[in-house]
Design a protein around this ligand. Structure first.
Ligand SMILES: NC(=O)c1ccc[n+]([C@@H]2O[C@H](COP(=O)([O-])OP(=O)(O)OC[C@H]3O[C@@H](n4cnc5c(N)ncnc54)[C@H](OP(=O)(O)O)[C@@H]3O)[C@@H](O)[C@H]2O)c1
Length: 355
């Protein structure tokens, strides 16, 4: 690993929203990154962060509260590393402008995820896909770069599927999600719509679940990623849970695994070795539960400081081969924490272009 020159100044775009606030919390006291700038829409720009942010969890870091919110414009924001928690309606244009200005953008939005030269990365699953940055910089002439992390529910599913796909080759994947309200951002779903209710529709969510896992579990080469050859069918539901997306999966494999072999694959999986020891890396990216009634968001969502995906209820599936449940923190593992881990890996491996 390369020793980065530290600390590195970073900015958060969309810092006032649910994911933006999670970035602010996770970056407080970060050993490598100093949060130097916060930016949001023109509604918020020019005002103090504490005056325009409806802070959701715990105490707002005092120093950030005093910061003046900037416009999402590379002439206003100077940090070399930029975390984007922008709404997808604006992320495309804004993130491209930062890339073109030579910044490294770590994006949570869907806009660039499926571009052939853009890495879509969960570090423990496909750290090697960061090599696509070279292709991207050459092809687009962008001195910066953009690296994306996946849809939050797809992240939980992909972590659970990664060890099983590597061992037995996934062929058909059926997923049904139960997604937390914080996944809809702030203020998100009206309380009268969600309390005591389940909403069997989340706009644009099922297509992301049906296409992103194949890219993440695909094979990277000089010309891009060859997607993993499995099909996914997804149902996405919003439920009255604060944090933590639960995903139920049924999977058919190329080779029908014995239950004990599948359990061992999940229990033993520790992810790409290059990730271990990074500041945001959890001790275990995947925790395998043997007990019958886990994982549960209330009990398990903060495992590994919100960076561990909990997997359990592994059993035979009468239609496919196996079924199981995955659950993880949507704004930490599924968004801000995943982005920060991507940035740490880029810095540690000398690919960030800034240190
Ligand atoms: N929530 C999750 O669990 C989750 C997980 C993974 C990925 N994501 C993705 O992360 C992104 C942010 O999600 P969120 O849940 O944090 O949404 P959110 O709470 O609605 O926050 C949206 C942010 O975007 C800013 N924004 C809106 N319009 C803008 C504009 N025209 N110019 C500049 N900034 C603008 C807002 O600033 P103002 O306050 O000034 O309006 C706010 O900071 C989305 O792309 C989402 O799909 C979310």
């Amino acid at each position: 690993m390369t020793s980065p020159r530290l600390p590195i100044q970073v900015a958060v775009l969309g810092a006032t929203g649910a994911v933006g606030q999670t970035f602010v919390r996770l970056l407080e006291g970060h050993p490598w990154f100093t949060l130097a700038e916060v930016a949001a829409s023109e509604r918020s720009a020019g005002r103090a962060y504490r005056d325009v942010t409806r802070w959701i969890e715990g105490e707002m870091p005092a120093a950030v509260g005093d910061m003046q919110v900037k416009s999402c414009d590379p002439t206003a924001v100077s940090s070399p590393i930029v975390f984007s928690a922008l709404d997808s309606s604006v992320a495309g244009e804004v993130e491209a402008a930062f890339d073109a200005a030579g910044r490294l953008v770590l994006s949570n939005a869907q806009n660039y995820r499926m571009e052939p030269d853009v890495p879509l990365v969960i570090p423990e699953v496909n750290a090697d896909h960061l090599a696509l940055l070279d292709l991207q910089r050459a092809r687009r002439g962008w001195p910066g770069g953009i690296v994306t992390n996946a849809n939050c529910a797809a992240t939980m599913a992909a972590v659970a599927l990664a060890p099983l796909h590597a061992a037995f080759g996934a062929r058909r994947v059926f997923v049904a999600t139960m997604q937390a309200v914080s996944g809809a951002g702030y203020p998100g779903v009206p309380s009268l719509d969600i309390l005591g209710n389940v909403i069997p529709y989340i706009g644009d969510e099922e297509p992301k679940l049906e296409r992103e896992m194949q890219k993440m579990l695909g094979v990277v080469g000089a010309a891009g990623v060859t997607n993993a050859p499995f099909a996914v069918s997804a149902h996405a539901n919003r439920v009255a849970v604060e944090n933590g997306h639960t995903v139920c999966l049924s999977v058919e494999f190329e080779r029908d695994p014995a239950l004990e072999d599948a359990a061992r694959a999940l229990r033993d999986w520790t992810g790409a070795p290059v990730v271990r020891g990074l500041p945001s890396a959890p001790d275990a990216p995947l925790h395998f539960f043997e007990s019958e009634d886990r994982p549960q968001p209330r009990r398990d969502v903060m495992r590994g400081r919100g960076m561990t995906v909990s997997v359990g209820r592994l059993r035979r599936d009468p239609l496919f081969h196996l079924k199981f449940v995955a659950m993880g923190h949507n704004t930490i593992r599924g968004a801000a924490g995943g982005s920060i881990l991507n940035a740490e890996l880029l810095v540690a491996t000398g690919r960030a272009g800034v240190a």
